[in-house]
Write a protein that binds this ligand. Structure first.
Ligand SMILES: Nc1nc2c(ncn2[C@@H]2O[C@H](COP(=O)(O)OP(=O)(O)OP(=O)(O)O)[C@@H](O)[C@H]2O)c(=O)[nH]1
Length: 731
């Protein structure tokens, strides 16, 4: 039996022993070395040749990933590791670090129980380090820390033992400060990383060595010895003495939870169903014989196998040829293959029990975020996966040959399934297909893949910024009349209170129609008036619909219609047909026709929509634009050039710090002004500057620009150039 076959046999055995399983994600800021680390772990496990690790990029399986040298999709692999005489199954996911692909990280975190957070020893904690930690901790995923590129501190920066220790300690302190502020309340202390206990390792993924305190105790190696080995040109020996795979995976096995431990606190957080039910108990007790409960966290399309879904099995067993039910889309499908991932390959094991990360094929309707269960035992859905960022840039695409239009529609449907952070819409007026994504690079990758992988010739427009609509003031009470004039709704609007708005952005408050009274308490804790808090009917697009009427006959019967109308109105605001956000609507009175026939959808929907539009237009409507945080690090003499470039982009200076001869600068810049930034900053710093970006959120567009931008958007969308005033909607 080859080493690989033996490993597959072992994996099949360990799959059934949850205490010997670890599901982990590797995540970091871009370029800090996740993929090099994952590749070396794969090589250590015999999954790719050791010579190719770091070059072959076994986890970066797509051609564009290898060409660009960055990870775009999350990739998976299962491997076996021995720790203290026992063998363990490690299911690993490598995730992208670039801000544009944050959606993959969030989804990967739903599949795992632990995360190896990789931080570059030279750069330290960077913006995406904070974002990925936030994504992990929000999903109740426990972190350990690997400080990578320590070889550079020794070989390039020539640090001695004391300075080395100082630099490493400052990174650990910063990471722990983040864990303390972001971890779930009951885990804050337990989850901070600890050098003494060995939940922090240091090393070089590139040179294939790593060390932590347990390894120091075992080998009697010190940082001084490591520095000496590097200085004496014996770095290659370090990988024999301090093998990266062993140190890293031992840390994972010892400090990250097995699924049977993690599911006890993760399932109640990510699943809304009744924990005491049969399904709930199957998940908590990790029973492979109970009802199937799984969540699809990623979907890819393979030329031969069709849709290949990644699925975390939370209960029961996924079986080949079985019929499963897709809870969100209400579809049924027959599983063709069920097995595990091994980098670029999949191994069909026929069955995958609870606690593992599986792949499955044959599920045509699968999309990331979908709950799956057995067709004869339907379960409650898992919580939707919240994405921290949201689309900020759009491109219009059209098929080069009009005969390809049906194919384009099909391909776009597939693309949005593979990547739920992509939004695909059709502009009803112009017939254009619009793809919105997290940034220019994200859309470039998506459209290139349509051309190269899906073999479809398309024309792609210049990127268009996504704006949002909101209000600055408080409208008077507006009357919305139904077409038959027998139904009238009286509402007003004002900006939603900031603490509530922020909590919705952070995902601390969930959106949706309010079903239980308990939610009111969360609103009250954020400063909302008690009476209003108890009367919230719906939270949608970071806006609230509050019913403050009393004793209106038939109101409950039209409630669903009112909320449908409210949500539809916010999808396309009255100013520029962009989404409306951050609004608080109060319904203060209503008059309804006593006969149900006269208060149906055709009457109620237009009445509420008109009232919403008129109220927005009378409350000083405004546009919000997406803002990016930009961090530039460059030699001091280029600081002036950088500031000038940023100011030309309507940017703001947030902070500047000098570290030796290097200036570290923080800015905030509208995304509308970021096009071409990479090239410009390269020339502004003589090629010596580095930069990274992070999404800040949406902020009010300067008022002097608003009329022009509104006109531009409306004209592009085929609407009249000027928006209608409130009187237009009260006719
Ligand atoms: N000197 C040194 N270079 C390293 C080390 N680890 C990674 N690198 C280099 O750093 C660069 C980025 O490494 P990757 O592994 O692609 O980084 P990543 O975090 O996966 O990047 P994305 O996938 O694009 O987010 C590559 O040029 C690596 O060769 C290390 O330990 N030491």
């Amino acid at each position: 039996m080859s080493r690989r076959d033996k490993m597959i046999a072992k994996i099949k055995e360990l799959m059934y022993k949850p205490e010997y399983i670890r599901n982990i994600g590797i995540c970091a800021h871009i370029d800090h070395g996740k993929t090099t680390l994952s590749d070396n772990l794969l090589a250590g496990a015999g999954l790719i040749s050791e010579d190719l690790a770091g070059e072959a990029l076994g986890m970066d399986t797509k051609k564009d990933e290898q060409e660009r040298g960055i990870t775009i999709d999350a990739a998976n692999a299962s491997m076996v590791q021995e720790y203290e005489g026992e063998q363990y199954l490690i299911n690993l996911i490598d995730t992208p670090g670039h801000v544009d692909f944050g959606g993959d990280v969030t989804r990967a975190m739903r599949a795992v129980d632990g995360a190896v957070v990789v931080v570059c020893a030279v750069d330290g904690v960077m913006p995406q380090t904070e974002t990925v930690l936030k994504q992990a901790l929000r999903e109740n995923v426990k972190p350990v820390l690997f400080i990578n590129k320590v070889d550079r501190l020794i070989n390039e920066l020539k640090l001695g033992p004391e300075e080395l220790l100082k630099q490493l300690t400052s990174i650990i302190v910063e990471v722990n400060a983040l864990i303390k502020s972001l971890a779930p309340k009951d885990k804050k202390n337990e989850w901070m990383v600890n050098v003494e206990e060995g939940s922090v390792a240091f090393g070089s993924a590139f040179k294939n060595w790593a060390i932590n305190i347990p390894k120091m105790q075992e080998t009697k190696f010190t940082f001084k010895d490591i520095i000496d080995y590097c200085n004496e040109g014996k770095e290659d020996e370090l990988k024999q003495l301090l093998p990266l795979t062993e140190v890293l995976l031992n840390m994972v096995v010892k400090h990250l939870p097995s699924p049977n431990v993690a599911q006890v606190y993760r399932v109640p957080k990510i699943w809304d169903g009744d924990i005491e039910s049969e399904v709930g108990q199957t998940m908590i007790k990790m029973s492979p014989d109970g009802p199937l409960a799984g969540m699809i966290t990623n979907v890819a399309v393979d030329k031969h196998a069709g849709i290949v879904a990644t699925c975390r099995i939370y209960g029961g067993t996924l079986e080949k040829s079985s019929e499963i039910y897709l809870v969100g889309s209400h579809g049924k499908a027959r599983v063709q293959q069920a097995g595990i991932f091994m980098g670029a390959e999949t191994i069909d094991t026929g069955k995958v029990p609870v606690g593992n990360i599986a792949y499955l094929t044959g599920v045509k309707g699968a999309s990331a975020g979908e709950t799956i269960c057995s067709a004869d035992c339907i379960i409650d859905e898992f919580e939707p996966i919240d994405h921290i960022s949201e689309p900020v840039v759009t491109v219009a695409v059209e098929a080069k040959n009009t005969k390809d239009l049906p194919k384009l529609i099909e391909v776009l449907r597939q693309v949005s399934k593979e990547d739920p952070t992509i939004k695909v819409e059709i502009n009803e007026t112009t017939g254009e297909q619009l793809i919105s994504g997290m940034g220019e690079l994200h859309l470039e990758v998506v459209t290139n893949r349509i051309i190269n992988d899906k073999k479809l010739e398309i024309l792609v427009s210049e990127p268009i910024i996504v704006y949002k609509e909101s209000v600055l003031g408080h409208s008077p009470v507006i009357e919305g009349k139904s077409p038959n004039k027998h139904n009238r709704f009286y509402i007003d609007v004002q900006p939603l209170d900031k603490p509530l708005y922020d909590a919705l952005i952070e995902g601390d408050l969930k959106e949706g129609r309010i079903k239980t009274k308990e939610t009111a308490q969360d609103f009250i804790e954020l400063g909302m008036d008690k009476e209003e808090a108890r009367r919230v009917w719906d939270v949608y697009n970071r806006s609230m619909f509050i019913n403050m009427t009393r004793g209106i006959q038939y109101l409950d019967e039209v409630k669903e219609l009112l909320l449908e109308g409210f949500e539809a109105a916010l999808k396309d605001g009255p100013l520029a047909n962009e989404e409306a956000v951050g609004l608080k609507f109060i319904l203060s009175d209503a008059k309804l026709h006593e006969d149900a026939v006269h208060r149906g959808p055709a009457q109620v929907l237009p009445a509420i929509k008109k009232a919403i539009y008129a109220s927005i237009m009378s409350a000083n409507p405004c546009l919000l634009e997406p803002i990016q945080k930009v961090f530039i690090s460059a030699p001091l003499e280029y600081m002036g050039n950088c500031n000038k470039d940023i100011q030309n982009r309507r940017g703001r200076i947030i902070g500047q710090e000098t570290k030796g001869v290097i200036a570290e600068m923080d800015f905030e810049v509208p995304i509308a002004k970021m096009f071409g930034f990479a090239g410009d900053i390269r020339s502004a710093t003589g090629g010596k500057g580095d930069f990274s970006t992070e999404m800040k959120g949406f902020e009010t567009l300067p008022i002097y620009l608003q009329d022009d931008i509104v006109r531009q958007i409306r004209t592009r969308k085929g609407l009249s150039p000027e928006p209608y005033g409130p009187e237009h909607y009260s006719a």
